[in-house]
Design a protein around this ligand. Structure first.
Ligand SMILES: NC(=O)c1ccc[n+]([C@@H]2O[C@H](COP(=O)([O-])OP(=O)(O)OC[C@H]3O[C@@H](n4cnc5c(N)ncnc54)[C@H](OP(=O)(O)O)[C@@H]3O)[C@@H](O)[C@H]2O)c1
Length: 258
């Protein structure tokens, strides 16, 4: 029988930030491809429903508490994880404000969560779970803001640009240990993080107009890419950023006159 390059049977995948949103979308996709999951939140009690959903698919789901802004929490989490093949650094946050209104606290919250958290969770899992086995897949969740700037999202864009650069650096560091490190960069998906925008019909129309595929991301739009980056199909791919954004990062600016 031909080798199924996308089969994750027997693998364990951590997806951080699985209490809602994209973390749950990607967790479902990895579980459907055969992976057992470690699921996380700052409040592990919030994970019961998602745990039951993954178990109903026939896969294990181990809920663990994790605050990616807290060094002690990261260390305890990494020690509790056991065997890990795949890490998806999805936990993240955003603050939307004009640049002149961003406080030091806003800056620290976003950078500590999205960039510092991604680095130190990766470091702990590489050290405790992947380097000893000389294998692993790390998928850092970026964003279209890895490659584009948006007004009102200064700290967020800075954090995501950093995640893209960090991905290349860690790929270089840990390639010799059999670990690939890539960045999966979603475009605009409707989740709790940006709910307020999607409540405004005018804004949704404006957004869709700028996306070459003419629609926001849907829950299943990340499935193929996350499974690809977690599986044998991407064995020789590392240090890369894969944009899954309906094409909005092309610039999507009309440059002709009718
Ligand atoms: N939605 C989009 O269009 C979009 C596009 C590109 C990239 N992204 C990125 O994709 C990721 C998921 O986005 P989303 O829209 O699903 O966001 P969301 O609905 O706000 O969910 C964020 C998740 O991150 C977790 N989290 C936040 N701060 C944390 C911390 N300090 N420690 C541990 N976990 C923490 C939350 O868990 P608890 O609150 O339960 O702890 C939650 O599960 C984020 O990194 C986001 O920046 C989103």
């Amino acid at each position: 029988m031909a080798h199924n390059f996308f089969d994750l049977t027997g693998k364990t995948a951590i997806v951080t930030g699985t209490s809602r949103g994209l973390g749950q979308y990607m967790g479902r996709a990895l579980a459907r491809a055969g992976a057992d999951l470690v699921i996380t939140s700052r409040d592990a009690d919030s994970l019961g429903e998602f745990q039951a959903e993954i178990e109903a698919l026939g896969q294990k789901a181990t809920p663990l508490e994790l605050d990616v802004r807290d060094e002690t929490s990261i260390e305890a989490f990494a020690r509790a994880c056991g065997k890990v093949d795949i890490l998806v650094n999805n936990a993240g946050c955003n603050v939307r404000k004009p640049a002149v209104e961003i406080s030091w606290d806003d800056w620290n919250t976003v950078l500590d969560t999205n960039l510092r958290g991604t680095f130190f969770v990766s470091q702990a899992i590489a050290k405790h779970c992947m380097i000893p086995n000389a294998s692993g897949r790390i998928i850092n969740i970026g964003s279209v803001t890895c490659v584009a700037g948006y007004a009102g999202l200064g700290p967020y864009c800075a954090s995501r640009g950093g995640v893209k650069q960090l991905t290349m650096s860690l790929a270089d560091d840990w390639g010799p240990h059999g670990i690939t490190v890539n960045c999966l960069a979603p475009g605009w998906f409707k989740t709790a993080q940006n709910q307020v925008l999607y409540e405004n019909e005018e804004w949704v129309e404006y957004l869709c107009d700028r996306i070459p595929l003419k629609r926001p991301g849907q829950p299943n739009d990340l499935d193929g890419s996350v499974v690809f980056l977690a599986s044998d199909a991407s064995a020789y791919v590392t240090g890369q950023t894969l944009l899954v954004d309906g094409g909005i990062s092309t610039g999507a600016t009309k440059a002709t006159v009718d």
